[in-house]
Design a protein around this ligand. Structure first.
Ligand code: RIB
Ligand code: CA
Length: 321
């Protein structure tokens, strides 16, 4: 089993990623850090708790993340994409009791699992940056980092050049890009291609026999409608955050370019991700660089997504505490 600590902001595609993780026979989700992003931190926490409750997995720790970016700027949320509570038309039960753990719990988790642990970040990068600032030595024990964010030489999704997770906290994103070793980055170059169509969701929804089943079509439909409004004619909705997780188990799902990555901190290009793609006569060894996912094997992504979302084995049946 691969131990995964997830930094997230659920959010619809984060929720698909959490559901995917909970259904994956090879993933042991050892904690979820919930922070601001698609919705407020408090709502993200409630949504994560709701998904864990549905899965009967309330013993998975939820750790309180950030309420805003390192710059102190105010936060823009995206109800038009993720819904007022972050789950499209679904209203999670109000006031779900959450035993929200303090931030230092992440170091306890790292100590417990050491180099068996992969950190996957699918939201703004603030919490992960703070984890490096407060505990650089501890972070060296982590096996690897997978981060959804950025857009390299392609248009952004919140500005002409920037992707939402990097734009939301560019200072944090830049710090994480420099300090995470080894790191794989999943930018819009590949995640925009990870489209799931309504037909696929219908099939999954008809086949899935877990407590998540009633959520799948409503949250997807809301998310797709938002994408269709922005990009008329798009055949499906991109599950950015699912791809970032699923690539861990499918090494040939994406092709990586190995480069240094920097993020523009402010100004008109705020949040833009930059890597040097010029041919180099004397390239630095790959292990010293960041893997940037640039090409997706779509068939493999789709096959894996359908398989996991319809699998009969799941982690959703153990007794909750
Ligand atoms: O730009 C895509 C990212 O922004 C995803 O992580 C999505 O969940 C949103 O937060
Ligand atoms: Ca996200």
């Amino acid at each position: 089993m691969q131990k995964v600590l997830l930094f997230s902001d659920p959010g619809i595609d984060d929720s698909f990623a959490i559901i995917y993780a909970l259904l994956h026979p090879q993933i042991e989700l050892v904690g979820i850090v919930t922070g601001y992003g698609s919705v407020k931190k408090e709502q993200a926490t409630q949504n994560a708790a709701y998904l864990l409750q549905l899965a009967n997995q309330r013993d998975i720790p939820i750790i309180g993340g950030a309420q805003g970016p390192l710059s102190g700027e105010s936060v823009t949320y995206y109800p038009e994409i993720h819904g007022p509570e972050g789950l499209g038309p679904i209203k999670p039960p109000e006031g779900l009791k959450v035993n929200l753990l303090n931030f230092d719990q992440i170091y306890k988790i790292i100590d417990q699992y050491q180099n068996e642990l992969i950190i996957v970040s699918i939201g703004r990068l603030t919490e992960l940056a703070v984890a490096f600032i407060l505990g650089a030595d501890q972070m060296e024990k982590v096996k690897s980092f997978h981060v959804m964010g950025g857009a390299f030489l392609v248009p952004g999704n919140v500005s002409p050049v920037a992707e939402a997770n990097f734009y939301g906290d560019p200072i944090a994103a830049d710090l994480v890009m420099q300090r995470s070793i080894p790191l794989k980055v999943f930018p819009l170059n590949v995640t925009n291609q990870a489209l799931v169509t309504p037909e696929v969701i219908q099939y999954i929804s008809q086949t899935n026999a877990t407590p998540f089943q009633p959520l799948l079509e409503p949250i997807y439909d809301y998310y797709l409608k938002a994408y269709k409004k922005n990009i008329p004619g798009i055949p499906g909705a991109p599950l950015h955050d699912v791809l970032t997780l699923s690539s861990i188990f499918n090494p040939t799902m994406v092709d990586y370019y190995y480069r240094e990555v920097r993020v523009v901190l402010s100004g008109v290009a705020k949040g833009q991700s930059i890597a040097d793609f010029r041919p180099k006569p004397d390239p630095v060894p790959e292990e010293n660089l960041k893997g940037i996912a640039m090409k997706l094997n779509y068939e493999l992504f789709l096959k894996d997504f359908v398989e996991i979302m319809t699998s009969e084995t799941s982690n959703t049946t153990s007794t909750s505490k």
